[in-house]
Each structure stands twice: as structure tokens, then as C-alpha cells.
Design a protein around this ligand. Structure first.
Ligand code: SPD
Length: 386
């Protein structure tokens, strides 16, 4: 397997758990998979496959086992933002055979004609998927025509237990978005490092939800309220990044993050492995938080379509799906995998939220272009401090 980060080719391994360490890509990679001709594939092989997935999102053995089983040579590139995947897909000729956007982004990419409809007869393991979840997903991918769920998760608050206790006397404060959105709270954590995901498409809806507004509002005046709120806490945000926080939390150099559930749990595991005394918690605040699904889809211009089907079907094998969840701590939609997942994962309410917490979660709508432009403007201003 070849993993490419920032356009460089790196031999084998790395990924989510190679040596327990992340590839932690800096995102914005200019990697472009070689076309069939340039592939350098071996004539005896089962051909090639070019995959573009989130960083820290797969077990170490998943791709090598697939290569052994099928003879397919996989080039595996990683990203850490939907915006990055979308710009490659919309530019066309991405060179990828499988990409993994989040459902609301996938929804508008479907509308833009980026994907090919799935031939479901080539994915027998689709039968393993939870029909309830598929129904929910069908709201943005009608008839589940174009994509298959890989993992799902929430966006919440990751925190360093001791640093939060030192600042507030206890960790109860992490149960509310107040810790993030009240300047008098967030200012107490600036000195130990505050990271926000570098994505307006999540942070703005979270801010709107906190304000009691529709997180998916398309009203410019309402969206501006989120901008105004974010401006008040901007002085206390020390970094915008969507993947580095796994390592910086684990090392103790970030004490609060607005980040993704599994990534915070991975950070917690790394700190435990390192035995460095850093204790990490993850909270889904009581006001509610995003619930999202990352989806496997095949671009219209994919060159290795048969291998893409093979890989998608393989990812849906119960043991493969469970192994991935066991490593990355993101749930999957595979009912047959559940019993194969470690009990400490299925029993962790921050990973598998119980019904009362699930009732407060909200999903992201497909963002129309004018809202998208407003989000981008707000984000640029926020990051540059204007
Ligand atoms: N390290 C894997 C992170 C996966 C995050 N998926 C993002 C979903 C965004 N709504």
C-alpha cells in the first residue's frame, strides 16, 4: 500500500494506528493519484485502487489485508476537511476511485453530478447495514443511491481533565457549550491551548444552536449572529486545525478542543499508552451537538470501479467494520459488526450516545451556495481577526 501525504509517497504502514501513531496530515495535500497507465502496477496484480479518506480513520491492517486478499494495489491518501475533498471533486478528474465526504457535503455533490449511482448487486454486504440509519441517510442521498455509510460520530468538546479542573474547580462545566462560548470561560483556557476545527460548516451551526437558533438557518441576519458570537471568543482560540489536535491533546499541549468524537477518544488512548499522566474527556454538551455520517462514494470518472466495489464490500464485512471501529472509536452502521466491537467502546456513552443524548443531536443540512459564501467570509474574517 502507498500512503500519500502532501503529495509525497510514503511506503506502507502509517494510517490510524501504525505504532499507535497518526499520519496526521497537514491537509491541503496536492496529492493526485496516478492514472492507470502511470500506476506501475504489477501485471499479476488485481489492478489498482485510489482511495481518499479522512486521516486517522482506519485500522492499520485493513488496507494491507485487502491487498493480500485481492491482489489489488491501493494508494491511500488522506484529508481532514470536507472543503478539501469538495474542491478536488468539483475540479474533476480527481483520480480517486473512492472518496468519503460527510453526508451533507455528499448531498450537494450528488446534485452537482459528481458520483456514479451504485450497482448494489456488487455490494452484497449492504445487507448488514442498519435500515433505520439508512432511512435517515436517504434524506440527503435519496434511495441510498450513491453512497454507503463508513462511520458516524458527533462534534463536541474534548478537554484535558486536570487543566479544566484547575481552571474551574471541576469538569461539570464541560457539559455545556458555555465553556466555549462565554468569553469569561474560554479565556481561562487560552494559556493551555484552545483548538477549533478549521471548518465553518460545523462551527457556525454549533454557534447558532447555542444561541437557540436553527443550526441550519439560511437567513443571513441569523447567521451573522453566530459570527458576532464567535468574534467575542476569538481572542482565546489559539489554533484552527482539524487533525493536529489528536497529538497535541495527547501530549497535553491543547487543553480544549471543539472536535470530533473519535479523534478525541484516540487522543485519550494515545495519552494512556504514553503514560504521560494526561487525562482526556469528551463531552456532548446538553444544548445539543452535531451528528454526522461519513459516506463512501465512487466518483463518476473513477478508473477502477470494480475494485472500488470490492473495497466497499470488504469494508462492510462485519469483522473488518468492527476492527476499524475498535481502532478509531467511531461507530459504524453495520448491525452485524456490533457484537464484534469491544464492550468498552459500545458501552461508552460519549461514543455511542444514549437515547436522551441522541434526541438532542442535530444533523447538517445541505448548504446553498449563498450561505456557503457567507460562511467562508465569516470564517476568513474570524481567522484573520478582522
Ligand atoms: N479522523 C477522522 C475524522 C472524521 C471526521 N468526519 C467529519 C465529519 C464532519 N462533519
Amino acid at each position: 500500500m502507498k500512503l500519500r501525504v502532501l503529495g509525497l509517497s510514503i511506503a506502507v504502514c502509517l494510517l490510524a494506528a501504525c505504532g499507535g501513531k497518526s499520519d496526521a496530515p497537514a491537509a491541503g495535500g496536492d496529492a493526485k493519484p496516478a492514472g492507470d497507465a502511470a500506476a506501475g502496477g504489477d501485471a499479476k496484480s488485481g489492478g489498482e485502487l485510489n482511495v481518499y479518506n479522512w486521516s486517522d480513520y482506519i485500522a492499520e491492517n485493513t488496507v494491507p489485508d485487502f491487498e493480500k486478499k485481492t491482489g489489488v494495489k491501493v494508494t491511500y491518501d488522506v484529508f481532514d476537511s470536507n472543503e478539501m475533498v469538495e474542491s478536488k471533486l468539483l475540479a474533476g478528474a480527481s483520480g480517486y476511485d473512492i472518496v468519503v465526504p460527510t453526508l451533507n457535503f455528499l448531498g450537494r455533490q450528488i446534485q452537482a453530478g459528481v458520483f456514479q449511482p451504485l450497482d448494489k448487486s456488487k455490494i452484497p454486504n449492504l445487507a448488514n447495514l442498519d435500515p433505520e440509519m439508512m432511512k435517515r441517510i436517504a434524506l440527503q442521498d435519496p434511495d441510498n443511491k450513491y453512497a454507503v455509510p463508513y462511520h458516524w460520530g458527533t462534534t463536541g468538546i474534548g478537554y484535558n481533565v486536570d487543566k479544566v479542573k484547575a481552571a474551574f474547580g471541576n469538569t461539570d462545566v464541560t457539559g455545556s457549550w458555555d465553556i466555549v462560548f462565554k468569553p469569561e470561560n474560554l479565556s481561562k483556557l487560552k494559556s493551555c491551548g484552545v483548538t477549533f476545527l478549521d471548518t465553518p460548516s460545523e462551527i457556525i451551526p454549533i454557534a447558532l444552536n447555542y444561541l437557540g437558533e436553527d443550526p441550519n438557518s439560511t437567513d443571513p441576519a441569523v447567521i451573522d449572529k453566530a459570527a458576532a458570537l464567535l468574534k467575542t471568543i476569538r481572542p482565546y482560540i489559539t489554533q484552527f486545525h482539524s487533525s493536529q489536535y489528536i497529538d497535541s491533546m495527547a501530549k497535553g499541549s491543547t487543553c480544549l478542543v471543539v472536535g470530533w468524537s473519535g479523534d478525541v477518544i484516540i487522543a485519550r488512548g494515545r495519552a494512556e499508552e504514553a503514560k504521560n499522566g494526561v487525562k482526556i474527556g469528551y463531552s456532548i454538551p446538553k444544548e445539543g451537538a452535531p451528528l454526522w455520517f461519513d459516506m463512501l462514494a465512487i466518483p463518476k470518472d473513477a478508473k477502477n470501479v470494480e475494485n472500488a466495489y470490492k473495497f466497499i464490500d470488504y469494508l462492510l464485512e462485519p469483522q473488518v467494520a468492527a476492527d476499524n471501529t475498535n481502532v478509531v472509536s467511531y461507530p459504524n452502521a453495520n448491525l452485524k459488526a456490533t457484537d464484534l466491537i469491544k464492550k468498552e467502546i459500545t458501552g461508552d456513552p460519549t461514543i455511542y450516545p444514549p437515547a436522551d443524548v441522541r434526541a438532542k443531536l442535530f444533523t447538517f443540512a445541505i448548504i446553498p451556495p449563498d450561505v456557503d459564501r457567507q460562511y467562508t467570509r465569516i470564517w476568513t474574517q474570524l481567522k484573520t481577526g478582522r
